[in-house]
Design a binder for this molecule. Sequence first.
Ligand code: ATP
Ligand code: MN
Ligand code: MN
Length: 305
Amino acid sequence: KSAAARRKSSTKTKPAAIVISHPDRVVFPDDGYTKQDVADYYTSVMKWFLPGVVNRPTSVIRCPEGTAKACFFQKHLIQGLKHVGSAKLKEESGAQATYIYPLDASSVIELVQFGALEFHPWGANIDQPDLANRIVFDLDPGTDVAWARVVAAARRVRKLLAQLGLESFLRTTGGKGLHVVVPLNPGCPWPQVKDFAHAFASTLAQAHPLEFIATASKSQRKGLIYVDYLRNSRGATSVASYSLRARSGASVAMPLRWSELGKLKSGHDFDIRSAPKRLARQRSDPWAGMDELRQGLDDLMGELG
Ligand code: ATP
Ligand code: MN
Ligand code: MN
């Protein structure tokens, strides 16, 4: 058994008894969903959610008073967390900081008790933070981009990756766009990943200048799809599969099969109600096989020219 498989089978999906305070507090005011609804949601998707966050440094978006009030993007350990892993990592500044990572269901529910709605893992594991094992191409449609173009863009990204010998996986973000996720095994140093992601985005933008843009400037994005390659550096995060979004509608980031892309109507087709229904029927992981792939970036920079 691989280390990953061992981790998976030993991961507890039943949380220890963690008391949710203020269970009736409405945290999604537009939709009426409460803090207890959030805890129940994560409990119901736990088996599928945990593999994407366990042992990864994970930031959370906490909205203790609900999405209408202040929300915080939190990376570091705070006092009172007892069921969450923590480890010191070097920050970009060179200083050390204590990062948190989910261990099991109790970690997730405890973070929900602390007001977490969204979970954003690194593309690396806590024990090898300098080696990326996931690249995320975050497709961000500008204003005036019809959904069909976002769908076509994701297909193009997949195709160019396939031409480079890289298999990729699809997820809705629960927001405006899509993520195309590339597993790396063995892990790859972040500087190499960052250079590759940047070169890949630039190649797309040069080949299809009426569809893609690879520069972050918001003003130039109108009518184009920004290939946000900046999710791919040490310390950067992307939303986890099955994470709720702290947005109106209580949408969910949903991993899908490529064959499902054509049926999508938006990046927020799934939500706190429909996602658990789908999972109750789901026999196999739409991302099945991802952990068994062995693929990397060696020798690919030349091919992107
Ligand atoms: P959409 O499809 O609407 O673009 P998304 O999840 O791809 O959804 P954003 O919500 O714009 O995109 O966030 C981009 C990424 O930046 C998130 O995935 C998150 O991990 C990261 N992020 C968000 N807020 C912060 C923050 N305050 N500090 C650092 N990183 C953040
Ligand atoms: Mn995005
Ligand atoms: Mn983005």
